[in-house]
Design a protein around this ligand. Sequence first.
Ligand SMILES: [Zn+2]
Length: 685
Amino acid sequence: MSNPLLHLQALPDFDAIRPEHVAPAIRELIEENRALIARLTAEPGTPEWDGFVVPLTEAGERLGRAWGVVGHLHSVKDVPEWREAYNGMLPEVSRFYAEVGQNLALFDKYKALAEGPAFADLSPVRRRIVEHELRDFRLSGAELPDELKPRFQAIQEEQSQLAAKFSENLLDATNAHAEYVRDETGVAGIPADALEAARAAAERDGQAGWKFTLQMPSYLPVLQYADDRGLRERMYRAYATRASEAGKPEWDNGPLIGRILALRDEEARMLGYRNFAEISLVPKMADNPAEVLAFLRELAAKAKPFAERDLAELQAFAREELGLPELQPWDIAWASEKLRVKRYDYSDQEVKQYFPEPKVLDGLFGVVRTLYGVDILPDEAPRWDPDTRFFRIERDGETIGHFYLDLHARDTKRGGAWMDSARSRYRGPAGVSTPVAYLVCNFPGPVNGKPATFTHDDVLTLFHEAGHGLHHLLTRVDELAVSGIHGVEWDAVELPSQFMENFCWEWDVLSAMTAHVDTGEPLPRALYDKMIAAKNFQSGMQTVRQLEFAMFDLRLHSEVDATTGPVPVDVVLRLLDEVRREVAVIIPPAWHRFPHSFSHIFSGGYAAGYYSYKWAEVLSADAFEAFEEAGAGRGSLLDRETGERFWREILAVGGSRPALESFKAFRGREPRVDALLRHNGMVTT
Ligand SMILES: [Zn+2]
């Protein structure tokens, strides 16, 4: 029988695909792509769209889809055979993509296309695709003079080694520290489940009592609940100085930070930029570091008074009710938890009874139907597990796309929740392919014949992933490279997902998707009010903390002089102090070494990009405000006309035009920070 991974024009035949199909199919598709690239780059003359980009796109998509199915199965059916099949081919696939990115003959062909006589006649979308190709080649050093290329390559390699070492050091330092507590009074306040885990950990070491470590599930409960202030302080200090000069010299990330900054700076200058932040922003929605800094400063100026108010309330509470005249950094989480419980406590278990899965799904599909006039109908297709479902999206009887829904946790499924593309919309010589998406979550399943029930967090997660899904499925773009979520700027990609979360905080929408699992009663208003208040608890303090990280990251990559070699660690720490003086309300002790564990930017791909979290939140809150405005006049914010506009200007266009243009076309103006502040309860009354 033929290999089903080579026949993905229709939907993947999950009943037939086996691990042993992977290697032969993927190798054949890689070879097909290699041969095609070799043939097209050897052809004389100026390439044209139809004879050059189209075959490359289609061959690339055959490989992309097949490898996508393998990656998907590796995530949702992680049994040894699939893990082996995936891991076995991963190096060859990575090598192939790296090779394409470095293929100078291919780069020359794209350049010739862009300079050729027919380029001006291409549609703006096609020109944009070619320009992005050229940009990506340039950013990987393709245009450097030959004598500089080896140095550029060496910089890349050293950077990836340093990034790997940074996270290894952090992991080793995190794992190396433990606090043993022997007597009962020392663990007072810590919840039973955390204590049980701590007891088991001590036992594994052959010790009596409890063992606490710097890993989150152990560290967090201590800081939040342990009444022993000394234990909190010791844990806090150990956590705050991980991978610094306070520990083993071979795990000190300080020198690595200096070296990473110098290499990034050198790379930026070689490519003709003034600093690394400028490079980081090239493929993003934000134009330049100054724009991002101004954005962060505006938000900080508006949020800081609320953060100061949060802190003052916490200090007063600690003084009056906890007998702590002065709050130390290791008291903040503990005192905050006490204050939160006192003010807003409600149990997740109580809320959960009101969100049975069928009601929530109906609610979600209803929101989508009302906003966009589309129907979501059950459909049939081979699936990888009987517990999954398959749906068709239709408008006026016409199929727009399909999605798989895999909601429940299984032993063989990777944790978390995500949306992934199974197929993207594309109009080629053979016709149109409609998009197909995977929506995967890890919610608890039904028990004893009762429907599964969701926490409010689960509901938010479902709406979030559905938002990514709609971005992918409601696209109207015909070009594969920029249809759906493809080619969307990195700092704008969370707009449609975070946008959908907002509906889960609206009383009308939320109460309509609740029915108590036993009584059928809708969510009581008083419980909803508590949920809203708890959502905004200390939002000022949380906001300025995120802004502190974002501003430090951006200024580190745009202001610090790294031209003369590795940046001394005290220069890095001084900058952080300066940022804190501007935006923070809690100033950690001088021995705190936050940068040494800031893996997002030193080993995680977020360098000069940490701001994206807040950036996308601002966009999504501001977009949602358009629905609030429409609803104010009509009684419901599920406004069809605004929904049509959101679809047309944001969801339908995907990466086919700059995200800022799309936003402005929808909102009629530039984004503003006010809606986010208001949604987080930061309003002056
Ligand atoms: Zn997301």
